[in-house]
Design a binder for this molecule. Structure first.
Ligand code: COI
Length: 364
């Protein structure tokens, strides 16, 4: 895809190099932001207009802006990596562009052309390239769209802002690559059939927070949601998809059926697992089966996956009725192998037979 020319209004006083270096030493996740952002506006009758790279600063938003009342908001998450050969690359950005359109469609928002999505991201990465961590870290990119029209009637807004911000990040979980403990929620569900479960909209995450708080109260890192209809089948975690690895070389993940986020990492894992000779099944998997399979030893590993979390082994499961471990509760060999393969492709240390890596022309 050709690069779009997006006008640049640089920051008058960007973060000095020594302060930036200090921030990059241990950025954590989602707390440190780069100096710039991209904004593009959409107005009914006019379409997309006024794209710019500008200093990252607070928005001017009318208190009646539709996003503040009816939550017309969607977002994406993807990462830029600096490879050992000093290239700057993105991982499957076209997949994020496509999912962003699907989320927009579900939330009655305008569809952003994929070349504008990619052009905005590339422009921001070029502008703030000095913020890309080397080594284990990456630059997490957060494209999002909000309804900005000031209007209190309940209907799709007539004005929107698309924005991309960037954030140097390390590991998502505080414990790094240590297996995580998850809490199976009895009280809350994430998405019902016909709802917004497959869209990456802020509302889904807002609705997960009380369940996530319950997980933390019970000493867990993440909540696991069961299906809303029967409260029986495993769907996904608070912010990531889930996989199960069995002793007969089978790997299982819940099927996409409108209630689960179609993760880019999930999709990549399905391909890698198939090509590694594993039998891949997208099928319903109940919490009862999970407990029985862990007890019998048939279940060897489970892991959570997402752009932010990459692949995190699930070591222990807690629920209202007790707790259980999977195998020895450690990072299993299949989880490790898939993680190494995926991060190898993303960081350019392994071949990319799928054409997933998108190199950014830094001179563009
Ligand atoms: C991502 O993995 O990029 C997400 O958007 C999930 C969120 C928990 C950070």
């Amino acid at each position: 895809m050709d690069t779009l020319l997006i006008p640049r209004r640089p920051h008058a006083s960007p973060t000095p190099p020594h302060a930036r270096a200090a921030l990059l030493e241990d950025p954590g996740f989602g707390k440190v932001f780069t100096d710039h952002m991209v904004t593009v506006r959409w107005t009914e009758g006019k379409g997309w207009h006024d794209a710019q790279v500008c200093p990252r600063e607070p928005f001017q938003l009318d208190p009646a802006a539709a996003v503040l009342h009816y939550a017309q908001e969607i977002f994406e998450g993807l990462k830029a990596y600096r490879t050992r050969g000093n290239d700057v690359v993105l991982f499957r950005p076209q997949a994020n562009a496509q999912r962003f359109r699907e989320s927009a469609d579900r939330m009655a928002m305008p569809l952003l052309p994929p070349d504008l999505f990619l052009g905005a991201i590339e422009s921001l990465v070029r502008t703030d390239a000095d913020w890309i961590p080397t080594g284990e870290g990456s630059l997490y990119l957060r494209p999002f769209m909000i309804a900005t029209e000031a209007f209190l009637g309940v209907r799709p807004a007539a004005e929107y802002t698309f924005c991309v911000i960037a954030c140097p990040v390390g590991a998502y979980f505080k414990g790094g690559a240590k297996p995580v403990t998850v809490w199976v929620s009895d009280n809350y569900t994430r998405a019902a059939p016909g709802g917004t479960g497959a869209a990456k909209c802020g509302g889904n995450y807002a609705a997960s927070l009380v369940a996530q708080a319950e997980a933390i109260k019970n000493g867990c890192d993440q909540v696991v949601f069961l299906d809303a209809a029967e409260h029986r089948y495993v769907e996904e975690l608070g912010g990531m998809n889930v996989f199960f690895v069995f002793d007969d070389n089978t790997i299982v993940t819940p099927p996409l059926g409108g209630t689960i986020l179609p993760g880019v990492t999930r999709d990549s894992i399905l391909t890698l697992a198939k090509d590694a000779g594993l039998t891949v099944q997208e099928r319903l998997y109940s919490f009862d089966e999970w407990q029985a399979d862990a007890k019998s030893g048939r279940l060897r590993e489970a892991f959570a996956c997402g752009t932010a979390a990459v692949l995190a082994a699930i070591g222990e499961i807690r629920h209202a009725g007790g707790s259980f471990k999977i195998a020895d509760g450690l990072d299993g060999p299949v989880t490790c192998k898939l993680r190494d393969q995926l991060t190898g492709i993303q960081r350019g240390t392994a071949p990319d037979p799928y054409g997933w890596v998108h190199r950014i022309d830094m001179e563009g």
